[in-house]
Design a protein around this ligand. Structure first.
Ligand code: SER
Ligand code: ZN
Length: 525
């Protein structure tokens, strides 16, 4: 790594340049700095060095070169600190701030880039795939910028973006771990179209939303009842209710705001609740019977939060900074209050790919071995529901973990720790400790089993300590991990109805027992 900085130490005043002794003292200061302050912490001969300096009005212009140990911008900050100590008493001189006018950095990249990349804040970026080097240059960097370690983050970002270029070419991780029996299906129509025709369902008032009429509502609630009675309650999950609105600081911690900012519904607040401030807005509506968006823009905040995207972030937040008592582990809770909202745009289809969906999300926090045991129990319960009650044709597959995908860290996938439970090598099938399992079902209306894309209708993850660390959640002893599982009601219903049709006669008895009579609904003419 090479760092080459030209910048300034801004002084509290312009000293008289001919002040007796000042030039000499400055010269001594810089040569001493090169020996001491700027070498501290670096191996012999590897510190930073001021190669040039000039006093000009209330600035000392400096050129600093360095390698990786005391990086030039850290050297500039060290100089600022020591200048005050050295010149304060004798000359009443102090450093007010520092600026890097030009900063050139050369660093190694892990792999040759496959395409150009863009990174924020840099003036120029030059990648050399043959030499595996990157040269970036910056202009006019403030002291704040230098102090905050943005430089390091930018160097990391370059390497991440190159790694992502390699990942983008590869297919997603996908490995079947279990498959149900094949079943006969009663039809091969798209249930959404048919339900709209029958009046069980109406397209919602905005994109990707639905209005569920009594028949389909009853089916969705029956699915929910199955999840409660056969999965969550038997395993001891307790219910919580969280807010639908998620402030950005929560998504900063989970990584969502950097990973999927293009998929959120953002929320603004009124700038004021003062009635008078809104008078013109209201009067305009009175006159035009339209909402004046230009006026509205002036009356609301730039969003600092969004609508729930997944339920787990809000639950982690609720434990932020807590020490969970040993006797409460594993913590088993679920939320079914916050609907998930995702801006799907082109991907929308039927009730299975929507912008707003209803989901129960169980979240578990515990010691690694507790969660691995819990995963087995959850899978057993899910199998009971899907095999014995809903009688589905489905399978489970290890997939790219959603928590890496949603935080834009897909290139980290290969680094995920996989291994054998408790080092038990006797079991030949290696059991993954962390990762995401997708539950996928065959949708006859999409084509053949072999060729069509099956629908991911549920997932189950063990995440490790990623969110536990970001939210600073502690335990009394040992490691703490977490995980979650998304039970999407629309997806369960989409799969069930695609395989079993819309006539209750064809539905398994155990499901009909939970559902009761299908509501008659109503007719509109
Ligand atoms: N939080 C997980 C997801 O978003 C599980 O619901 O997929
Ligand atoms: Zn989750």
């Amino acid at each position: 790594m090479k760092f080459n900085l030209t910048g300034r130490i801004v002084l509290n005043k312009s000293p008289e340049p001919n002040l007796p002794g000042l030039q000499k003292d400055l010269a001594d200061f810089f040569s001493e700095a090169n020996e001491m302050i700027l070498t501290k912490g670096a191996p012999e001969g590897k510190g930073a060095a001021v190669t040039d300096w000039t006093l000009k009005d209330d600035n000392i212009l400096v050129t600093i070169m360095s390698g990786r140990y005391v990086r030039a911008h850290d050297a500039l900050l060290r100089l600022k600190k020591h200048l005050g100590i050295k010149f304060g008493k004798k000359y009443q001189l102090g450093a007010r701030s520092v600026v890097a006018d030009n900063y050139d950095i050369e660093f190694a990249i892990d792999r040759p880039p496959l395409a150009e990349i863009k990174v924020p804040f840099v003036q120029t970026i030059k990648l050399d795939g043959a030499d595996l080097t990157c040269n970036i240059s910056f202009e006019n960097l403030s002291e704040e910028f230098l102090r905050q370690n943005y430089i390091d983050r930018i160097i990391k970002l370059v390497n991440h973006k190159i790694a992502d270029q390699y990942y983008a070419g590869k297919s997603e991780q996908w490995e079947v771990m279990w498959s149900s029996v094949e079943r006969d299906h009663v039809w091969s129509k798209d249930p959404t179209d048919e339900m709209q025709r029958l009046g069980w369902l109406k397209q919602g008032p905005t994109k990707g939303k639905w209005f569920y009429r009594p028949q389909l509502t009853a089916i969705l609630r029956a699915m929910e009842q199955l999840a409660l009675d056969h999965v969550l309650y038997p395993l001891g999950f307790q219910e919580v209710i969280q807010s639908h609105l998620v402030p950005f600081d929560i998504w900063l911690k989970t990584g969502h705001i950097a990973g999927t900012p293009n998929e959120f519904y953002y929320v603004s607040e009124p700038l004021t609740r003062d009635v008078d401030a809104w008078e013109s807005f209201r009067d305009t509506i009175y006159v035009t019977n339209q909402v004046p968006s230009d006026k509205l823009k002036e009356l609301i905040t730039v969003p600092s939060m969004g609508i729930c995207y997944a339920q787990c972030p809000g639950i982690y937040w609720s434990f932020q900074g807590s020490v969970i008592a040993e006797d409460s582990l594993p913590v088993l809770i679920f939320d079914r209050a916050a609907n998930s909202n995702r801006y799907e745009s082109g991907g929308r289809h039927g009730i299975e790919r929507v912008d707003e969906f209803h989901r129960l999300e169980p979240i578990y926090i515990g010691h690694p071995e507790q969660l691995i045991e819990l995963r087995e129990k959850l899978i057993e319960r899910y199998k009971y529901v899907f095999n014995e009650i809903l009688e589905l044709e489905w399978r489970m597959a290890w997939v790219t973990p959603w928590y890496l995908e949603q935080s834009g860290q897909v290139s980290e996938v290969s680094k995920e720790e996989n291994g054998k439970v408790n080092g038990n090598d006797k079991n030949k099938d290696s059991v993954k400790l962390k990762g995401t399992i997708d539950f996928e079902a065959y949708l006859p209306y999409r084509g053949t089993r072999e060729e069509s894309e099956w629908l991911e209708y549920q997932n189950l993850s063990i995440i490790g300590d990623k969110f536990i660390d970001s939210f600073n959640i502690k335990t009394q002893r040992g490691d703490l991990w977490s995980g979650c599982s998304g039970i999407g009601l629309e997806r369960w219903a989409a799969v069930f109805l695609a395989q079993k049709g819309l006539d209750p006669v064809n539905w398994p008895d155990k499901f009909r027992d939970v559902l009761g009579e299908l509501p008659v609904g109503y007719r509109t003419l």
